[in-house]
Design a protein around this ligand. Structure first.
Ligand code: ADP
Ligand code: MG
Length: 260
């Protein structure tokens, strides 16, 4: 067992075939059970970091490492990373009209199972889904609705949290929209994350957020600020208060770097 659940070491990345580097040496370690908040202004590279950790094909890593429990995951396909325990909640979840949440979740659960394990049994799946709906206090009728089809912001978040509950990741990366998370959606995410952390205390969480508001409900162990594709400041929850008061201007951007 490695000391760290997630280790990001000197990570540099750019858009596939892009000219400019977006991540310029990110260092971040998360221990099992910790919740880290990643803040920073628009365009600082937060979503790119999340996508690179998950293995999004649009990005190319030019230097550095990402380890999960001491194992390098950069050579893994996105589905292998998911099987290894990485979960990414998208900032802009897709609408999939015609597919029920229940079917969507079953596909997600099956995609994570190895060939030897095979697909989850229908009854097992139902039992698990019922249990998670109850845990998260979600009305069972929700599972019959079509994925994100006409969903409110809060309902999209509820689907995301339910997916996270079903998949039981080791390391959850949650990328919150930089705007328009209403109070309802905020509570769904924070209550959901808190409930799932109590249920599975070993899970690590990286919460990406533009605003301090959600951190009032989540009590992060560590807060980081990203600027210009690099973490330029780390601290405890008091750092979020400081940012609220002083903005990001007092922190200096790293020098722009040519692509390695
Ligand atoms: P944040 O989530 O902190 O707002 P992003 O990671 O979305 O920042 O973006 C960081 C920078 O990288 C921005 O300048 C953005 O335009 C650029 N970028 C990110 N993804 C792409 C992409 N697929 N193609 C082109 N530019 C991108
Ligand atoms: Mg973003």
């Amino acid at each position: 067992m490695s000391e760290y659940l997630l280790e990001v070491r000197n990570l540099h990345a750019r858009v596939e075939d892009g000219e400019e580097s977006i991540l310029n040496g990110v260092d971040l370690v998360v221990r099992a059970g910790e919740l880290h908040a990643l803040m920073g202004p628009n365009g600082s590279g937060k979503s790119t970091l999340a996508k690179v950790i998950a293995g999004h094909p649009s990005y190319e890593v030019t230097a550095g490492d990402v380890l999960l429990n001491g194992e390098n995951i950069l050579e893994m396909e996105p589905d292998e990373r998911s099987r290894a325990g990485v979960f990414l909640a998208f900032q802009y979840p897709a609408e999939i009209p015609g597919v029920s949440i229940s079917n969507f979740l079953r596909t997600a659960v099956n995609a994570r199972r190895s060939e030897e394990e095979g697909d989850v049994g229908v009854l097992d799946f139902q039992r698990q889904l019922t249990e998670k709906l109850k845990l998260l206090r979600v009305d069972p009728s929700f599972a019959g609705r079509h994925v994100n089809d006409g969903f409110s912001g809060g309902e999209k978040k509820r689907n995301e949290i339910l997916q996270m509950a079903m998949i039981e990741p080791l390391m959850a990366v949650l990328d919150e929209t930089d705007s328009g998370l209403d109070i309802d959606a905020l509570r769904i995410v924070s209550d959901g994350v808190n409930t799932l952390r109590r249920e599975r205390p070993e899970m690590g969480v990286l919460m990406i957020t533009h605003y301090k508001r959600i951190l009032g409900y989540l009590e992060p162990d560590h807060v980081h600020v990203m600027l210009g594709g690099k973490i330029v400041q780390s601290g405890g929850p008091e750092l979020a208060d400081q940012l609220e008061e002083m903005g990001y201007d007092w922190l200096s951007e790293p020098e722009p770097q040519p692509v390695a």
